[in-house]
Design a protein around this ligand. Structure first.
Ligand SMILES: [Zn+2]
Length: 127
């Protein structure tokens, strides 16, 4: 059974069995929820993290998911990290390196580029 919750700052979400809170609202086409704030499109999960931290994210940082569910806005599943930290974190968790080969700098660069283009961790891990 799922039920509806509101995550600060007033983001409507649905709490699912996994513990994730899935944002109910428009998406931006790549799985992330978006909410308009003062006419500007903002990522819902980023707003949820900023509300939890009580401040804006540092420049160059992004709202990362520990659960890898893009639509998730559960503040407990969000942390402030850089793109490369996010990637390295995923590597540490073994999502990229299933065959224990070492990732080179260029691999990481490529992964980073793909992440920026919106390729999901799961897709990358499968490659
Ligand atoms: Zn989650």
């Amino acid at each position: 059974m799922s039920h509806y919750v509101t995550v600060p700052p007033s983001l409507p979400g649905e709490l699912v069995e996994s513990g994730c809170i899935i944002y109910i609202g428009p998406g931006n086409g790549n799985g992330y929820g978006v909410k308009r704030v003062q006419g500007k499109k903002c990522y819902a999960h980023r707003l949820a993290l900023e509300a939890k931290l009580g401040r804006s994210l540092k420049p160059g940082y992004c709202a990362c998911h520990t659960c890898d569910v893009r639509g998730c806005i559960n503040p407990d599943h969000l942390f402030e990290g850089t793109y490369s930290e996010n990637t390295l974190d995923a590597v540490k968790k073994g999502r990229y390196c299933k065959h224990s080969q070492k990732l080179t700098e260029s691999d990481l660069g490529e992964i980073r580029q793909q992440l920026e283009r919106g390729v999901s961790h799961t897709e990358l891990a499968q490659r």
